[in-house]
Every structure is written in C-alpha cells, then in structure tokens.
Design a binder for this molecule. Sequence first.
Ligand code: GDG
Length: 469
Amino acid sequence: MSRLIVVSNRVAPIKPGKVAAGGLAVGVYDALRQSGGIWFGWSGEVSSTPQTNTETVGEITYVTMGLTRQDYDQYYRGFSNATLWPIFHYRIDLARYNRQEYDGYRRVNGMLAAQLKPLLKPDDIIWVHDYHLIPFAEECRRLGIRNRIGFFLHIPFPPPEILTVIPPHNDLLKTLCFYDLIGFQTETDRLAFQDYMTREVRGILEKDGSLTAYGQNFRAGVYPIGVVPDEIQELAESSQRRRRPMRRITDVERKKIISVDRLDYSKGLVERFKAYEALFDRFPEHRRGVEFIQIAPTSRSDVKTYQHIRQQLESEAGHINGRLSDLDWTPLHYLNKSHDRRVLTGLFRDADIGFVTPLRDGMNLVAKEYVASQDPDDPGVLVLSRFAGAAHELTSALIVNPYDCIGMAEALDRALRMPLAERRDRYEHMMSIIRSADLDAWRDTFLRDLRAFSSRPKAQVQASPLFSV
Ligand code: GDG
C-alpha cells in the first residue's frame, strides 16, 4: 500500500486529545491517525534562520519547517489571509491585493515543494490541503515529481465574477490544473470551479467528466468532510457525566444555546448576537429563561480585519449584557478562548440549541459535532445557516438566512418550543447522514478517486499543444 503524504499550511505535532481549534487540523489529524503517514508543512515558527524538524508520534511522522518574517508576511498574512480568504468567502469588501505578497505566496509554495522532494518515494500519494497551497502541485511538477497529487479545498469556491477580482486569477487557477484530483465541499463549489474553467479560460468538460484546461487533464469532485460520530458521542456522554454535579450555579434551570467558532468575520458572529438580542424583543417570554454561550477562540489576530471583528463583538456583547442582564441572569457568555475538545462536546450535549450561522462556510464541522453530541432520547435542535456547506446535507436542521436577524430570532423561538417527537425525527435524519458521510468516508472516497484516476503525465509545466487553451 502506498504511503499517504499530507501537505497543509499548518502542522502542529498534536498529542492525543490536544487537537488545535480549526476544522482542517481536526479533519486531517483524524484521517492520518487511522492510515498513518507523513504530515508536512509549516511549524508555525517565524525566525530569521528557519529550521526543519521531524517528529514521529504514533503512526504519524510530522515534518515541519519554519518561515522567515518576510515569508510569513507575504505568503500567510498577506496573499493567503488578506486576499484569498476574504474573496473565497465572497467578501470583496475586506480583501486587498499586493503583487509582492503574491510573489511571496508563489515563492513559499516553491520552497515547500523543494523541501518535500527528497522525502518522497515513487508510489507515495500526496494529498494537499487548502487555499494556502494552490500552486503546490505545479511547483512539484516543475521539480520533476510525478506522484499522484490531490488537492482538497476546505473553504468555499466563489463564482467567477468574484474570483476574477484577484488580479492574477488566471495564473493562480492555472496552477490548480496540475493536480490530478481537486476536491470541493459541495456541488455549488464544484460548479463554480467548472464554470470558471469552461467559461473564463475555455477549458473543456470531457465525456468522462474530467476537465482539460491549460494543457492539463484533471478531475474535480465533491467530498463533504465529515466527523467521527461515535467518538464524539462517547466524549459528550462522559463529559456530561463528569460535569453534572457542577452544572447548577443557581436554582433556575435555563435553556441553553451554544455556538463555537474561530473568531472570524465569515462566521456571522455580529449578526448572531443581534439575532439573540432580537429574540428577547420579539418574544419577551424568553427573558431570564435562556442563556447563550459563545465560544470564540482568537485566530489570525495579527491580520487587521480580525482585530476589527474582535472589537465589534466585544462591544456587541457588552451592549447585550448591559441592556438585559439582571443580578441572577447573564444572557450572553462570550468566551474568547479555546477549550478542551471533551469540554466542548459536553457543552454541545447540554445545550438545547446549536446556533451555527456563518455568512459563508466551506462545511462547518461544529454543526455536525453538535448533532453527534446529542442525547438520542432528548436531542437539541440545530439552527443552521443556509450558507454553510453543512446545510447541503443537514436539511433537517432549522435552516436560516444569517443576514436576517429577525428570521434567526424566530427560528430560535421555534427551536425553544419544539416538541420532543419533532426534535427526535430531525435528529435521527441528521445522524443517519452524519454516519454515512463520516470522516472515513471523506478520506476513503477522496483517496480512492485519486488512486483510480490515471491522469496524463504531468511532469511538464509547459502547456502541450495536444490540449486546448
Ligand atoms: C475550515 C473551513 C470546514 C473550535 N474551537 C475549539 C475547537 N474548535 C474545533 C471545532 C471544529 C473545528 O475546530 C472548527 O471547524 P469548522 O469547520 O467549524 O471551521 P474552520 O476552522 O473555519 O475550518 C470550514 C473545515 O475547515 C473543515 O474542512 O468545515 O468550512 O473554514 O472541529 O470543534 N476545538 C477545541 N477547542 C476549541 O476551543 N479543542
């Protein structure tokens, strides 16, 4: 069996149970833990003399390297997080473009490919993750690496009208064609990509479903990322058992709403806080009867737009509690730090509502984790944004538009009143989907397709005249 080499921007030597906040880390770690292999990427260190480190923990060998300050500023803070992230989340208003940053992005991809090359065996399968590494395969081909290389995009893929705002969109998307297989979270994302390839650069959709563009033939497919439901259920149960004696601080039993997100403007936190406030204005009978716990660990705190969203949220949270709190009721608990995974699943299980309302999200694992944590006999209700990839699968959630605060408040009211039989029906439907499209299915179908697709040789970076465009 060929080895699996996972390449992602960030690699943290993760000890069992100490998983970093972030969907990619959670998903990749769980996938590699089962198959074994190499996890290759940036260590998170920034230094003038970057080092490479190798560490094996269990079945996984972590190979990590540092970045210089210039690499970090241009590749990570710059083009990846100030250009690609906002644009791929449909936020042209928050994006900026700087040519030096794009050059740095290309340079770091080249440097990473060169560092990976000596570690490779001819039949290794390489699986590259996310928007930081779009040009990685082209750099590998340039170095003569002929292994199968697949790419999975964890975030949404925007429609061409938005994508083409990025000045070097052609150059960037051309590099993507050097992968053998490109995976997306939803059909909407795959179609947007196909639309770009066929309309914007006159690529060809072949009879066998593959695409030919820029002289390369490749496949694009849909692989919704999943979770490990049994493990989550066990964690949630054991955590709830441990916490029960400490649960009641006062004698009042209140309904609980939970949200967990990296602190990011794509997650719709400001709109969510406003919707929560609107719940008490429209349905005053819920006052004092509900508590909302928002856990939002800081992320990318040195990118300006992230500092701004943090200030906005602090002010909104202060406003809600200032306006509504009483001596024995704090309506909103806004916790700006990360928590242990076990604690999170316990909070999910305890909560009557999982409130997951991103403005745009590739998938959103929290939605699936919330459902998987529930007590099957007395499950809570998931209120889910239509713009999360998860809404394509979890159609039995209460689906909301995250731009409509009153609509979200109405959904909260409905969830708070929902009878047990309806909660169970919705839960069972969602659980059957979460079980059949779990994390193993995500990894296995992607890797099966990558192995199966025998693409044309990709060792040449120059376009061949045999192909169109
Ligand atoms: C990207 C895409 C896509 C959060 N806080 C803590 C913590 N978490 C865990 C959650 C969940 C993960 O981090 C977050 O995953 P999401 O999917 O919700 O969101 P992103 O971080 O934006 O992930 C997203 C994902 O990649 C996978 O493809 O779904 O669309 O944006 O697992 O539980 N974990 C711990 N403490 C925390 O405080 N331990």
